[in-house]
Design a protein around this ligand. Structure first.
Ligand SMILES: *Cc1c(COP(=O)(O)O)cnc(C)c1O
Length: 357
């Protein structure tokens, strides 16, 4: 059976490389939180959560309550980025609140709760995707003042310009700084415990690290996703060597000796140019790969061309290997399909076995 191999050494290397890079620019060691959403970017939530625990990561971000509850024993803080949290959920599962309406319904749902729910307000700092508008912040804080069983434990933004050489990055940094100041003052005036503040993902953190001569602060933590998995998509040169941690392996289903002119696969798209042995391997687009056709030019990690067209559960190439590494780095796949590594990775089927080495 095909499987995904997860290289734990590469994962620990990435975390250390990111910490070192940020420490260079930042007087205090930044606190890394790991983003484990969408089945840990397709790597396998359970496996990556255990590795994160081994790496002493304390805070993680997941997609929703279902993901959070499945790893609830492992971390002090698990923020579900989307959806609601049932009032009886474990108290280390925090809710992200992206709108005044969501805040209201969270407050209502917890009115008669037996425990306090930690929440993190998500504020729109310029990406205009989701979040409470800056001019709604006062209203959110006013609601919180009255709320029972709800604790403001975090305030965060998402700087959507980390990858781009664009001034908007710094506009968002400034917007978040103003929000931080405002909430700090609000807390101080009421003796309210200070929440944590964070706004940067991989590329934003690395980028602000580069600029830290200006005294920019990274926040109480940075939310590292793609960098931990070994990639970044920054347009700006980043001097950091990250290592992809996932590789996909497939097993041989069968081999055939084919002659020049023979056709392979649906529609006979591939035509044999030279007599030889061709084999079929047990992974295809049904396992979450994008379907390779004659427009792409992709090879396995050991160099064999993946012959168009890929089938649902298998693909062919000229090889006799019993096992083949389909990829150990998805950048070529992203490039050939005009997309980003995130997409290639998150599509990998959760049904594929994950093997941590
Ligand atoms: C996905 C996500 C991240 C991580 O982004 P990367 O580019 O993968 O580091 C951080 N914060 C939020 C809110 C996210 O949704």
């Amino acid at each position: 059976m095909a499987y995904i191999r997860l290289d734990s050494k590469a994962f620990f290397h990435n975390l250390t490389a990111i910490t070192n890079e940020l420490s260079k620019a930042c007087p205090t060691t930044p606190n890394l939180a790991l983003v484990l959403k969408d089945n840990a970017y397709g790597h396998g939530l359970r496996q990556m959560a255990h590795l994160a625990k081994e790496a002493s990561i304390e805070s993680v971000f997941v997609k929703n309550y279902e993901e959070a509850i499945s790893i609830a024993q492992l971390f002090d803080t698990i923020t579900a980025l989307y959806g609601e949290i049932p009032p009886n959920a474990p108290s280390n599962i925090w809710a992200s609140i992206p709108s005044l309406q969501a805040l209201e319904s969270c407050i209502t749902a917890h009115k008669n709760a037996h425990q306090t729910r930690n929440i993190e307000l998500k504020i729109d700092i310029g990406m205009h995707r989701n979040g409470i508008a800056i001019n709604e912040l006062d209203s959110a804080l006013a609601q919180l003042e009255e709320a029972e069983h709800i604790k403001l434990a975090g305030v965060f933004g998402h700087n959507g310009y980390g990858d781009n050489d664009d001034e908007s990055f710094f506009t968002s940094v400034q917007a978040f700084r103003e929000i931080t100041d405002k909430v700090r003052k609000w807390c101080e005036a009421r003796n309210y415990p200070m929440p944590r503040f964070h706004s940067l993902s991989t590329s934003g953190a690395l980028r602000l690290g580069l600029h830290n001569a200006n005294g920019n602060d990274l926040g109480d933590l940075v939310r590292i996703g793609i960098g931990a998995y070994g990639y970044h998509t920054s347009e700006l040169p980043l001097h950091i060597a990250l290592k992809p941690i996932a590789s996909l392996y497939a097993q041989k289903i069968s081999s055939l000796y084919l002659k020049k002119g023979d056709k392979i696969g649906y529609g006979g798209v591939s035509v044999v140019e030279q007599d030889g042995v061709f084999s079929t391997y047990d992974v295809g687009y049904g396992d979450g790969l994008l379907r390779v056709d004659s427009r792409q030019n992709l090879t396995c990690a050991s160099g064999e061309k993946i012959l168009p067209v890929m089938s649902m559960d298998c693909f062919s190439c000229q090889s006799e290997r019993e096992e083949i590494c389909v990829f150990d780095d998805v950048r070529a796949w992203a490039k050939e399909f005009g997309t980003i590594p995130y997409m290639i990775l998150t599509h990998l089927s959760p049904a594929l076995k994950r093997v941590v080495v």
